[in-house]
Design a protein around this ligand. Structure first.
Ligand SMILES: [Mg+2]
Length: 233
């Protein structure tokens, strides 16, 4: 079933559960970061940016900044708890970056998402991403997709530096950064709470409810099961 949306100048999309299977993030990316964290830190512990991040982990955890084993244990616990701490997110992005460069990782994008994003780009609709994964991780995912490098389709990448995904103010800020009114923007996500926040800011919303991810329609937002079912009028 298709959903028609009018007066859209920009489409802002979530990744996990929307353009990409939830299983990719939970089943591939996160385990990869956990398995490679310790060796990554050992190889890069003299790098200035890694030392800065370990310093932040030290401040947050109270563990000595030079105690690599305990810092790694703290980070591993944060990953198991799915904590969104900024230094953890940055380190995960770096580990994934290296994994993509070593071709041990490759981004996964649903075929319908790749087709729809390309079609919207051709229609001069501005495209942007808003995901809790770091901007670096977002770009790597789209850069290494099986459908080809999709990063050039997007004019903006936003992560939680702009604010939490379930807060209305985050969506207002994104619209401001894009130089658009919130009503010009269509936000796509599988998560009803994120869609509620975007709608609260004045954005248009469509839920992406994919059976393979176990997403159920919220009843509060129009929904599609594939991005190609969204018709812009
Ligand atoms: Mg999602």
């Amino acid at each position: 079933m298709t959903v028609s949306v009018a007066s859209v100048r920009c489409i802002l999309t979530d990744i996990e559960g929307t353009t990409t299977p939830i299983a990719f993030v939970a089943g591939t990316l996160f385990p990869y970061a956990r398995q490679n964290l310790r060796t990554f830190l050992e190889r890069h512990m003299q790098d200035a940016d890694i030392r800065t991040l370990l310093g932040e982990v030290s401040v947050l955890s109270g563990v000595s900044p030079t105690d690599l084993a305990r810092l790694a244990a703290v980070l591993d616990q944060w990953m198991r708890d799915d904590l969104k701490a900024k230094p953890l997110k940055a380190l995960q992005g770096m580990i994934w970056n290296e994994g993509y460069e070593m071709r041990k990782l490759r981004g996964v994008v649903f075929d319908d998402a790749a087709v729809a994003l390309r079609a919207w780009h051709t229609q001069k609709i501005r495209l942007a991403v808003y995901s809790s994964g770091s901007v670096l991780a977002q770009k790597l995912l789209f850069k290494t997709a099986a459908q080809g490098d999709l990063t050039s389709l997007f004019v903006g990448f936003f992560d939680t530096n702009v604010g939490p995904k379930r807060e209305t103010s985050s969506y207002t800020r994104i619209a401001t950064e894009l130089g658009l009114s919130t009503s010009d923007i269509l936000f796509l996500s599988d998560a009803p709470e994120e869609l509620d926040a975007a709608a609260g800011a004045g954005m248009q919303t469509v839920q992406v409810a994919r059976a393979m991810d176990g997403t159920l329609p919220s009843g509060r937002h129009a929904y599609v099961t594939a991005l190609t079912d969204i018709v812009l009028t």
